[in-house]
Design a protein around this ligand. Structure first.
Ligand code: GTB
Length: 219
């Protein structure tokens, strides 16, 4: 059965593949699974039909027959469990790869989101100028720790896994800043992820949504 995922009708990232449908698209491409996409407007996100799928009114969702999932990490895990290519077969290696999935979403991403919140939601607050450097220091600490662990390895733990997929996507959220540039092995790590053919197919698919919208707006 071909699953259907949801994505922004008009992503604020203008097709840069930073919204979380990108992780799901990439995982499906790594697994060689076809998928369909239902685009959701900002107003529809918060309405009944979509909230029945995603209680917080967000993208992405994943529908496959009777199964409805939300949370990009859970969706990527579901795909990785059912198809080869995203989790090792060896039980211990598999558990470690899953650990990296959690690390990406629970330990690295929160500090990056704090910076986005600071820039986009808190700019007019009197304490913004004081808070931003503190938030950026927290990111630098995490990146230093992650970079130390990665060292000169290609991927975080052996072969490419869903842990790398999520970690690369999390690090890509820093693409609008130069913070990552101070960690050259993380820069090349992200570039390795982006060089994968599955990534390129997923990226092109979500960029096509933005391009089609832009053409429509001009026409
Ligand atoms: N924990 C959930 C998950 O992993 O699925 C979080 C889902 C989530 O944050 N979804 C966002 C959303 O629907 C889109 S991805 N937001 C609408 C809302 O909450 O009302 C986050 C995102 C949005 C935009 C950019 N960007 O423009 O660069 C990057 C990431």
């Amino acid at each position: 059965m071909i699953p259907t995922i949801t994505a922004f009708e008009q992503s604020p990232d203008r097709g840069q593949g930073l919204a979380r449908d990108m992780s799901v698209r990439w995982a499906l491409e790594e697994a060689g699974q076809p998928y369909e996409v239902r685009l959701v407007s900002f107003s529809a996100l918060k309405q009944g039909a979509h909230c029945a799928l995603q209680p917080f009114g967000q993208i992405p969702t994943y529908e496959e027959g009777d199964l409805v999932l939300f949370e990009s990490g859970a969706i990527v895990f579901h795909i990785a469990e059912r198809h080869a290519g995203l989790l090792p077969r060896d039980a211990n290696a598999r558990a470690r790869a899953i650990t990296w999935m959690f690390a990406a979403l629970s330990t690295v991403e929160p500090v990056i989101i704090q910076r986005e919140d600071s820039l986009y939601l808190e700019r007019d607050r009197s304490w913004h100028e004081e808070r931003l450097p503190m938030v950026e220091d927290r990111i630098r600490n995490r990146l230093a720790e992650l970079g130390n662990r990665l060292g000169d390895q290609e991927w975080l733990d052996g072969a490419f896994s869903a842990g790398d997929l999520l970690m690369v996507q999390v690090l890509r959220r820093l693409s609008g800043s130069d913070i990552l540039n101070d960690y050259p092995n993380l820069v090349t790590y992200v570039a390795r992820g982006e060089a994968r053919s599955a990534f390129k197919r997923a990226f092109a698919a979500q960029l096509a949504v933005f391009t089609a919208n832009a053409t429509e707006r001009q026409g």
